[in-house]
Design a binder for this molecule. Structure first.
Ligand SMILES: *[C@@H]1O[C@H](CO)[C@@H](O)[C@H](O)[C@H]1NC(C)=O
Ligand SMILES: *[C@@H]1O[C@H](CO)[C@@H](O)[C@H](O)[C@H]1NC(C)=O
Length: 171
């Protein structure tokens, strides 16, 4: 009963709407948008960035991501999981990408991308599963519904309650 249109998606030939606080728009093409991807272990995203805007720190719990920049320059990076030695810090890896440069974000690691220039940036990324999932750290920690216990967040981040109030209000 499957037909050609189940394997077809046509909405990437336009610039995504970046009018939001992060100034970026991720257009996902996973098995929610393209049912023909189901069970096939692959998907992709198209990302537009307004000047000086970003994808905030986030992770994909089920996928490695490989990104190619089509237009202009993007600063990208990820941070490793907690090291075995508690006296060492989580390690950050970062690069500036020019057109056609590629960067890999290993599965599950927290990563970020920042358009440091005054031009719009366009990028595509492949993901190693049909439904990668995404956790945006800001939303998970400060934007949950209901909120995470404030007294706990105050201790977790070693800040005063008003800082937690402020961060929660942003989300
Ligand atoms: C995108 O593709 C659709 C379908 O082929 C077409 O109708 C539309 O005009 C295209 N839009 C742009 C901006 O090229
Ligand atoms: C872009 O998104 C903003 C905020 O959601 C909305 O107000 C605006 O109408 C959108 N623009 C277009 C062209 O869809």
């Amino acid at each position: 009963m499957v037909v050609a249109v189940d394997f077809f998606f046509l909405d990437l030939n336009r610039t995504g709407n970046t009018s939001n606080p992060f100034g970026s728009r991720v257009t996902s093409v996973n098995n929610n948008q393209l049912s023909g991807l189901n069970t096939l272990g692959i998907s992709l995203v198209h990302i537009d960035y307004a000047p000086y805007h970003l994808n905030p720190p986030h992770t994909h719990p089920r996928a490695t991501e490989v990104l190619v920049v089509l237009e202009v320059t993007l600063n990208v990076g990820f941070v490793t999981s907690n090291p075995a030695d508690p006296n060492q810090n989580n390690k950050r890896f970062t690069k500036y990408l020019n057109p056609r440069d590629i960067f890999v974000f290993p599965e599950g690691l927290t990563h970020f991308r920042f358009n440091v220039g005054d031009k719009n940036v366009v990028a595509f990324a492949g993901l190693s599963i049909q439904n990668p999932g995404v956790l945006t750290i800001d939303n998970v920690v400060f934007g949950s519904d209901p909120s995470i216990n404030q007294a706990m967040l105050t201790k977790a981040f070693q800040v005063e309650k008003r800082v937690i109030d402020y961060l929660q209000a942003q989300l």
